[in-house]
Design a protein around this ligand. Structure first.
Ligand code: ZN
Length: 349
């Protein structure tokens, strides 16, 4: 749910070639029912991106175990490995721990570029281009070696389960996107006074996707979402997707808050723009999710937006919830212009 600061990402990100394939060739052999493409989002369950996130997650958890000085054995994240497999897998995790263990998946430019590249090369059998020249992903040699060698172990022991869970998640969320995606995208673009991206937004579905369960990177705008995270299930998945996508279209909010603060010589309130994104997506999704609950697929007591459910407003955002309800909600209801709503919020801080 975090992203790079706008100027940095604008300057640094370059576009890489997008493979318009919905699913990779490494998927389990299941026939997909042909259906019209989904609006708004394009879902991928990619082998390399999943492997990368898996190695990163295990490396991070090993580092946490080591730093807490427990004598627990190293967690390899897989059981039943042969001695050779264990050696290969451990070496890949050590490499990840040493090289990327201290980096944040969601803000490190290096991690973001690697993630995007692995997404683009999802149909390749190896990343060194051994079988196919065009599959040389151009990644650092040691990373290529770590991934290519760990791939055999991952494919044999984890990938089928991860891919199956990713596909199950996609199958569950696809009808919601098909039914509500276009309306939601139009409504959010209208709220943020911008245009929704013309191309469908790529969503990489992974077993693990950062400690927050989902994150967004910009230029190109891409969402990574965890299929196994309990926060991303059911109708709530739709809110997560549109919250993440909003990261790519809500610059107007950040800019307006900065402008109002400068005019009033006030410090810029940390994360107010992010609280506003959470609040807005929650409010826009709420009526749709309530309809879903009437058909029995959600809590009968009503839809609880992500930020409320996860207690975000209780962790330093109490004041934000108050001003969003008082000054931003009237804008959502159509009774106050955008600039006035932001100005009122900033003066009330
Ligand atoms: Zn976020």
């Amino acid at each position: 749910m975090r992203l790079l600061g706008t100027p940095i990402r604008r300057a640094l990100f370059s576009s890489v070639c997008l493979l318009p394939l919905l699913f990779p060739s490494f998927s389990t052999a299941q026939e997909e029912t042909p259906a019209a493409p989904l609006p708004v989002f394009e879902f991928h369950s990619g082998f390399w991106l999943n492997l990368h996130h898996t190695l990163y997650r295990i490396a991070r958890s090993q580092r946490a175990t080591n730093s807490s000085a427990t004598s627990a054995p190293a967690n390899l994240g897989i059981s039943g490995l042969s001695p050779v497999e264990q050696r290969v897998w451990s070496a890949a995790i050590s490499y990840y721990s040493k090289t990327y263990g201290a980096q944040d998946l969601t803000v490190s430019l290096e991690m973001i570029l690697i993630k995007n590249q692995l997404g683009d090369f999802e149909t390749c059998e190896d990343l060194a281009g051994l079988k196919k020249k065009s599959c040389d992903a151009g990644l650092p040699a040691k990373l290529t070696e770590a991934l290519d060698s760990a791939a055999t172990v991952y494919r044999a022991h984890l990938w089928q389960d991860h891919d199956r869970a990713n596909r199950r998640w996609i199958a569950a969320v696809a009808p919601l996107v098909r039914r509500n995606g276009l309306n939601l995208s139009h409504r959010l673009a209208e709220i943020y006074q911008t245009n929704w991206p013309k191309d469908r937004i790529r969503v990489d579905v992974a077993s693990f996707a950062s400690s927050t369960g989902a994150y967004t990177t910009l230029e190109p705008l891409r969402v990574t979402v965890s299929s196994s995270d309990s926060r991303n299930q059911g109708p709530e998945a739709l809110e997560v997707l549109f919250h993440e996508a909003s990261h790519g279209i809500a610059d107007s909010v950040e800019e307006a808050i900065f402008r109002e603060c400068r005019q009033r010589e006030k410090p810029i309130p940390r994360d107010l723009w992010h609280a506003l994104l959470f609040y807005t997506t929650g409010e826009v999704i709420r009526p749709l999710a309530l309809n879903a609950s009437n058909s029995g697929s959600s809590s009968p007591s009503g839809y609880v937006p992500y930020a409320v459910r996860e207690g975000l407003y209780k962790r330093g955002w109490e004041n934000y919830l108050r001003i969003l309800t008082q000054y931003w909600q009237p804008y959502l209801d159509g009774s106050v212009p955008f600039d006035d709503a932001i100005a009122h919020m900033v003066s009330a801080l």
